[in-house]
Ligand binder design. Structure first.
Ligand code: ZN
Length: 323
């Protein structure tokens, strides 16, 4: 389980704690792009619900069964996070949902429920419309828009918090991630610790960060654009590279004011000298340009095709807003 303490104190979990105390609903949708964090949330939820001390202590017999995945009233569907078909819901849920529970309440955890095919969602809908007493179904959902409105309207929604970068950085360092990789990964994680951990363990990551610095070094005038574009295309992952360019641009901007607030403290000197060539306003606008590009890219797989226009825009902004 990752990020246990922070998650226990999160807004999202507090919402569930309140319900456990008063009256637990029949179905919840936990909305988060961070699959590992959703899995942690599921474990915490089950501990809290079954715990002999009512706290999710992690030490009583019930909590231990949850932690060791040996609890007979807990059912998991799609732990691998793949497509969920009708038969997965039939076998995993419909066949057992009306069978009497052993301890007090049966819990179903559907991982990446947004990957349920519509037919499977319709199958689930019948149970959601007429839920057996003492059954609670949790849906872990990354893309809320993939859920049928009929399903979404029958579940209580809990939106996962976005966590702050310092907390994520400390968590990563606690996982034995070297500080350099931890600061880059925390900065690129959009507040998601599970994603940060994946990034931090990704060996190419720090290398790509270096490449992001290199892009700003090489990009000086419009005749450089072609060469820089081809340099970017040759890196192992253009979209990650652009994410890292956003971090570099943000740090360049921050370095103009308070160097203490920079995320990538380990390469502070390089950032400061890179930032020398840009005005503060230009850097703010460039950070915005790169973020817009990332947004477009996340909805359009061909986003990489407009790399050259991103590079030209950076130069244009830099020139237009000199000092
Ligand atoms: Zn316990």
């Amino acid at each position: 389980m990752i990020f246990k303490d922070e998650l226990t104190n999160s807004k999202a979990f507090s919402q569930l704690k309140k319900d456990i105390k008063s009256r637990l609903g029949h179905a919840y949708m936990i909305v988060s792009f961070d699959d590992a964090l959703t899995d942690s949330f599921f474990t915490l939820a089950a501990m809290r619900i079954y715990c002999e001390r009512g706290t999710g202590c992690g030490e009583c017999a019930e909590c231990k069964k949850v932690l060791h995945s040996t609890h007979s009233d807990i059912f998991h569907i799609n732990e691998k996070g793949e497509k969920i078909k009708v038969e997965d819901i039939s076998k995993g849920l419909i066949d057992t949902v009306n069978v009497k529970h052993l301890v007090n309440r049966k819990l179903y955890f559907i991982h990446r429920a947004d990957l349920m095919l519509p037919a499977a969602q319709n199958k689930l809908l019948k149970t959601l419309e007429d839920p057996p007493e003492d059954v609670t179904i949790f849906l872990g959902v990354a893309n809320e828009s993939s859920m049928l409105a009929t399903v979404a309207s029958r579940v209580r929604k809990i939106y996962m918090d976005s966590f702050d970068e310092d907390a994520i950085f400390n968590f990563l360092v606690g996982q034995n991630i070297p500080e350099e990789a931890a600061s880059v990964a925390a900065a690129c994680s959009d507040g998601m610790p599970g994603r940060a951990l994946t990034l931090a363990k990704d060996e190419e990551y720090v290398a790509l960060y270096r490449s992001a610095l290199e892009v700003f070094k090489k990009l000086q005038k419009s005749s450089d654009v072609l060469a820089v574009e081809s340099f970017m295309q040759k890196t192992s992952n253009v979209s990650k590279l652009v994410d890292l360019m956003a971090i570099v641009a943000r740090d360049m901007l921050v370095s103009k004011n308070d160097k203490e607030l920079m995320l990538s403290k380990h390469i502070g000197g390089e950032i400061v000298s890179l930032a020398d060539g840009y005005s503060e306003l230009a850097l703010a606008k460039i950070a915005g340009l790169i973020n817009n590009f990332r947004k477009k890219q996340s909805v359009n797989v061909n986003g990489v095709a407009c790399l050259d226009s991103l590079l030209f825009s950076i130069l244009e902004v830099r020139h237009k807003w000199q000092r």
